[in-house]
Design a protein around this ligand. Sequence first.
Ligand code: F6P
Length: 530
Amino acid sequence: MISPADLWTRLAALPRPTLRELFSATRDGGEGTDEPGDADRVAMLSGRIELGSGTEGAEDESAILDAGGIFFDWSKTHLDRAVLAGFEELAEAMDFAGMRAKLFAGEVVNPTENRAADHATLRGVGDPAKVEEAEALLERMALLVEAIHQGALGDVDHLIHIGIGGSALGPALGVDALSRELSYCDVHVVSNIDGVALEAAFAACDPAKTLIAVASKTFTTIETMTNAASALKWLSDNGVADPYGRVVALTASPEKAVEWGMDETRILPFPESVGGRYSVWSSIGFPVAMAAGMEDFRAFLAGAKAMDEHFRDTDGSANLVLRAAFADLYYTRIRGCQTRAVFAYDERLGLFPDYLQQLEMESNGKRVTAEMQPVDGATAPVTWGGVGTDAQHAVFQLLHQGTHLIPVDFIASVAPGDALDPAHHRILLTNCFAQAAALMAGDKGEDPARHSPGDRPSATILADDFDAATLGALIAFHEHRVFAGAVLMGINPFDQFGVELGKQMAKAIEKGGGSFDASTTGLLERAGLG
Ligand code: F6P
């Protein structure tokens, strides 16, 4: 069998037709070329996921049945038959199917930490014993959420959710996206150790009506534990007699939460085998359920389940997730793209690029393979982005005329999220589609300053409507996209040792007495910390 290194060489040597050539050269139906005609090309590189397929076993199916679907269009990329075939061979050489089977069987896929990656079990997909455990934990969270909504802890108008990284980004996105119309309580997600963030939350909350969620997989993260201690103090300074009684702990280390002073009845555990940046489906999603309600939270899980099933059961390029990973690697490794941008043409997904940044960069920002060998090419590009149309008036200049080639993902919903004049949503969508078309087509312009070269790739993810199931499917799509990319590169996406060194140095500085380089010592002295 041909080696992965040779397959990469072959992929790099393939002809590189422009997008214009890929489309218009074949407009006559593809005569004299292997490539399909335009309409067939779009059909070949797009596909739809029905979110209703994730309903089996969901408690409230009615919430999901009208969830619609999501259309994934990768036709404005340079993927063609030859590139797809090359990547399909690579997937075989890297035993993609075997690794995917291991993921869903709950086997070890994170060798450096000797762990499985069980996030799909939280959505009801995978090893039946683990699914059963996840269902029991979800039920426990549902009981608490519903009891709080019914007044078991008195008035709860505010929730301050304290966590960082994976323990904050998912909850913040979920709350912001799903509780704009109706919210059971207002949620403030506080992650930064900078006390300015926590003070802002305090200023917006009545301590007598506030619940604190301490979210930490390890229950040792310094930012979270420091913020949690200050939140307890704020409660007691403001007359709350039993501050611990107003705290809920969300963690994979319940024993640590007990040591910290928590009563077991208000600890919502989740399995150790769920990674931090994959944990929004677990009790870490508590604030989403608190704000949007359990029905929406279950719909969120069901949407992800529909995506899990597509990813698990579809082979080759028909697998929409795998196809996206092919495009990602094509641009990173073959075309040398160092960044990838994502623009949500939906205000509710304003935090999605931030969420994706951690998911992609913390997972695949690696330099050795799972076998501890140096990687043989670039790994994760820098993920960045924003919301459309705002970003058009800020950063799109570079996308159209800058010297970098940046593949772009556009995300939008056919149905509007607002009830205003339909012009709002019409203009939003037409701009989204126009940007993708303009990036591809370019424009000769009257002079070089007005010339846009075009041939700039993009993909479009278009949901029928945006709701909890859509968000679940969208996040699961990206989780699996990251996994598929990691398998094709031969790296482990589930560890993150790179973040440790900085943490250790901060601890050493905090303790005092350590010796550092002259620059750092100078800075410490200037700040009065030397
Ligand atoms: O420092 C990185 C990290 O370990 C993330 O992977 C994780 O999501 C975050 O810190 C928070 O960790 P914890 O949930 O254990 O507080």
